[in-house]
Design a protein around this ligand. Structure first.
Ligand SMILES: Nc1ncnc2c1ncn2[C@@H]1O[C@H](COP(=O)(O)OP(=O)(O)OP(=O)(O)O)[C@@H](O)[C@H]1O
Ligand SMILES: [Mg+2]
Length: 245
């Protein structure tokens, strides 16, 4: 579904190239999921922009299976402040030219799943950060994507809402066969959701570790000793990288 080959990327500023990602290769197949973790500034958001086609590789390539639909949640939510919650969520369907009557129950259902029914007519500026994050998630899900690209989608949520939405992402992955690609700073979230976990190092961002986490999403995994071992392993890899940089 997703194939990234020898991908390198730099931003050019005042004639100077600032390399952000170097030689990134990985693949995510149908029915799989992927978590991306790494220190702040290592290029995770840039990588997600490249996967979403919002940036183009400088070297190498990103291939996404033909006709697959990507739902994207950007780090700053990317909501339109002049549109209400309902209008923001409906946007993807409007762009797909789904007629309003057909769109209405789909939009209302996802807004309800996110616990936002009472706020459908609010504007993003009237919502808390966590509520805005849920609107962004609803907007990405309502188009029934094949791939769900998420940049720290749950970072502003309280612990319980975060767990509930992690379960929702899990459900979307396992029941609806949507491929989640989640950028996160949370080690536990990466281990809970990522069948494959990609650990990036910084300056420039490169893959320092790839963890095969085939138990991700299984019932009881979060409470198992293997889960804690994996978390500890990731923590060590990240600590080592942070000590170097
Ligand atoms: N539009 C831009 N122009 C120039 N440099 C940029 C731009 N966007 C990001 N960068 C630089 O690219 C590097 C990687 O940024 P990026 O946002 O991808 O990191 P990140 O891993 O998502 O960080 P965080 O965890 O803090 O969100 C940083 O050094 C940043 O300064
Ligand atoms: Mg980022």
């Amino acid at each position: 579904m997703i194939k990234v080959e020898d991908l390198s990327f730099c931003y050019s500023q005042k004639g100077q190239q600032h390399w952000v990602l170097k030689d990134i290769s990985f693949a995510v197949k149908t029915k799989e999921s992927c978590a991306i973790i790494g220190p702040s500034g290592c290029g995770k958001s840039s990588l997600l922009f490249l996967l979403a086609g919002l940036l183009q590789p400088v070297q190498g390539k990103v291939q996404i299976a033909e006709k697959s639909r990507c739902g994207t949640i950007l780090q700053n939510f990317g909501l339109f402040p002049w549109k209400t919650v309902y209008e923001n969520v409906a946007l993807g369907l409007v762009l797909q030219k789904v007629n309003k009557r057909e769109a209405k129950p789909q939009v209302e259902q996802i807004i309800e799943e996110m616990g936002l029914s009472a706020f459908a007519q609010y504007y993003p500026g009237q919502l808390s950060g966590g509520m805005q994050q849920r609107v962004a998630l609803a907007r990405a899900l309502v188009i029934r994507p094949d791939i769900l690209l998420m940049d720290e989608p749950l970072s502003s949520l309280d612990a319980l809402t975060r767990e509930r939405l992690q379960n929702l992402i899990l459900n979307v992955w396992q029941e609806k066969e949507v491929i989640p690609v989640v950028v996160t700073h949370s080690i536990e979230e990466a281990v809970f959701l990522g069948l494959q976990i990609i650990v990036l190092g910084s300056a420039p961002g490169r893959i320092i570790e790839r963890v095969d986490n085939k138990e991700a999403g299984q019932v009881g995994y979060r409470q198992s000793s293997l889960f804690f071992q994996r978390c500890n392993m990731l923590r060590s890899a990240l600590t080592e990288e942070c000590n170097v940089c």
